[in-house]
Design a protein around this ligand. Sequence first.
Ligand code: HEM
Length: 230
Amino acid sequence: MATTTVSLQRTARFYDSTIGKKAVMAITGLMLFGFVLIHLLGNLQLFLPLDASGRYPIDIYAEKLQHLGGLLWIARGILLGAVILHIWSSISLARTQMKARPTGYSKKDNAHSSYASRTMWISGPIIACFLIYHLLHFTGGQVHPDFQPGNVYHNVVRGFQQWPAALFYIVGMLLLGGHLEHGFWSLFQSLGVSHPRYTPILKMGAKAFATLIVVGNISMPVSVLLGIVK
Ligand code: HEM
């Protein structure tokens, strides 16, 4: 009992430190990267034709996920926990930074920070808004023009046939790309992988990963708008 209390106190102290918060941001960020990548790979099945049984592969995939039952809810719980901790650590770190420098910079020096890094505080909340809209669009169907539960192919195509929705996704994905690129790069720094020798490789890796996610995700609304997927 006493050992558990001591280790809980240690965990709380670690989280309270700046290093702890950065580590939490990095680890939860890594989990969210994993989700975004797996989600994209699953969604790209939108481009696959009807199978021999006359069903769309993306519908079969969604059905299989639903059949995971309890496991799916555990995964959703972990994901939600990661999102909450990620947002919480970012707010907490921002507060610490503001307290440390209450008067602000006399002159802002942007020369060494990228556009994406300077806009992390804007892209983060917009991505959170995107996520809420996205869940109401494709999971709950509350903001969808013709939502049919379980009929994912239909829901995605019909959803993107409305150009304002498709445009919102495209803009959201571009912001997500900037956020992912900077996040990918800074998570390695937070985890202590910041040798100058690795810097160019990590920066290239971050760009490549973000580009893959953005192009992959944007290809879906664009293909529907162009009538390639219908
Ligand atoms: C064009 C890009 C995207 C498409 C076409 C898409 C499609 C979908 C669809 C169809 C669902 C519902 C699946 C079902 O009911 O079985 C869904 C759920 C979801 N999407 Fe996306 N998505 C996209 C991008 C994203 C991005 C970038 C994120 C995260 C930032 C995301 C996060 C989620 C989450 C958290 C769920 C709920 C998963 C669950 O219910 O377990 N999606 N998406």
